[in-house]
Design a protein around this ligand. Structure first.
Ligand code: NAG
Ligand code: NAG
Length: 417
């Protein structure tokens, strides 16, 4: 079933990618990885491939040919983009949802009234697409296993589009998704709709769930929010998970700072400022103690996560950073900064976290704050997981923790939506 989505051409592309992967591995012989991580040798090989692409695209940018993100997206589309093709069980089409391009997965048979999921892909608000093979396969499987209509949204990407454009696209598509017209056209039960996404897409899903939870003008509400290793804050780059996993593939700590600055339309020369926590030093008058308490991990994380780490709070930093980059403090960009009342109006939540992920504590703190606000939360923590594992569940990587996390995500949706 799943294999029917591949074509000889895409198989060839995969083999070429495999060959490049082997060649790349020859240059990056060894990467020290923690012993607990799932299938470290696979991670090492794929990481070597990614690092070589990222370095090559940085060189291309320095030579003035094109932006590194465009180069990366071109490589990704060449390897991964697939057409909208239906299979025996699921009708697949590319369409618009609230003015935003969206791939729609509609089961052909099954119940008359279906469940619905709107999905936002990851990629640092800059990379990837719902039309990529990995996301296409994920949504296809969800449609089939859950007998649900899945809408995978291609919101605009950085560097052309910056905050709040991605957020606005996600919100516009969600409002359209929840409209009676769209629900009726796709035979979706208004009582059983979910917002979901991974990584930067989990950020957008959380932000949309907050906005629509507190918006009294929408009659249809999300029943659930399913956030897969979401990114939720940019004020502390020294959470225990940022400290522990700073050199873990595929999301190195400096990459996350770079993605944030790019999303917020700020200059990448500020990366060292963020990595020093100089932007959230105590001499920044714009960050109140109420704001700080929302991401105070010494209070929000359980003791076993804190014991080997110390907070890094600078007394003096780089004044004015937060004023120059207001998105750092904008709850629509950083959903962890929401007020408790706002969190309390969001739907039942599923939060995936991975042990070997810089964003692990973003997710754990959010799960804790949602619970404190009275929301029913399931935190699915993968002890051997790494950032992005779910999109590596298919060939060529066939990640074991990727497959397990995907199965338990779909199982939670089945039992809770
Ligand atoms: C964080 O919480 C701890 C423990 O409750 C407290 O001692 C500390 O002052 C808090 N720090 C900030 C910056 O709010
Ligand atoms: C952080 O702030 C301190 C104090 O103002 C300054 O000395 C240091 O150079 C800053 N570091 C960075 C990376 O901006």
């Amino acid at each position: 079933m799943l294999l029917s989505a591949g074509t000889p051409a895409s198989a060839m592309r995969l083999s070429v990618a495999g060959a490049v992967l082997l060649a790349a591995a020859a240059y990056y012989v060894y990467l020290p990885l923690p012993s607990g991580v799932s299938e470290p040798w696979k991670l090492m090989l794929l990481d070597a491939l990614f690092r070589s692409f990222i370095q090559a695209s940085d060189v291309v940018q320095k030579l003035g040919f094109c932006h590194s993100i465009h180069m990366l997206n071109r490589v990704v589309s060449w390897v991964e983009m697939i057409e909208a093709r239906s299979c025996p069980a699921v009708h697949v089409t590319d369409s618009m949802l609230g003015g935003v391009p969206t791939r729609i997965f509609q089961p052909k048979a099954g119940r008359k009234l279906k469940r619905g999921v709107i999905y936002f892909h990851g990629g640092g608000w800059a990379l990837a697409s719902g039309k990529m093979r990995s996301y296409d396969l994920l949504c296809r499987k969800m449609a089939e296993d859950l007998d649900a209509v899945i809408m995978s949204v291609d919101y605009r990407l950085a560097p052309e589009a910056v905050f709040p454009s991605q957020y606005h696209d996600a919100l516009a598509a969600s409002r359209a998704f929840l409209s009676l017209e769209v629900l009726q056209r796709h035979s979706i039960d208004p009582e059983r709709v979910c917002v979901s996404g991974d990584s930067a897409g989990g950020n957008l899903a959380a932000a949309v769930a907050q906005q629509l939870g507190s918006d009294d003008s929408t009659t249809v509400k999300f029943k659930a929010q399913a956030l897969i290793y979401p990114v939720l804050q940019a004020l502390d780059f020294y959470t225990p998970s940022y400290q522990q996993n700073q050199a873990m593939p595929f999301l190195y700590r400096p990459y996350m700072a770079r993605f944030w600055l790019q999303y917020l339309g700020a200059d990448s020369s500020l990366v060292p400022v963020l990595l020093a926590n100089n932007h959230s030093s105590l001499d920044q008058p714009d960050i109140s103690s109420a704001t700080r308490s929302k991401l105070n991990w010494t209070a929000l994380l359980p003791a076993e996560r804190r014991e080997h780490f110390r907070p890094v709070v600078k007394a003096r930093g780089s004044p004015g950073t937060v004023r120059n980059v207001p998105g750092l403090m904008d709850v629509r960009a950083a959903p962890l900064l929401a007020e408790q009342e706002v969190l309390g109006k969001t739907p039942k939540a599923y939060v995936v976290t991975c042990e070997f992920d810089v964003l692990r504590d973003d997710g754990l703190m959010y799960a804790r704050r949602l619970r404190d606000a009275g929301v029913d939360v399931t935190n699915d923590h993968h002890e051997d997981g790494f950032h992005g594992c779910m999109v590596f569940a298919n060939l060529p990587m066939m990640s074991s923790v990727g497959q397990r996390s995907k199965d338990s995500y779909i199982r939670w949706l089945d039992q809770n939506l």
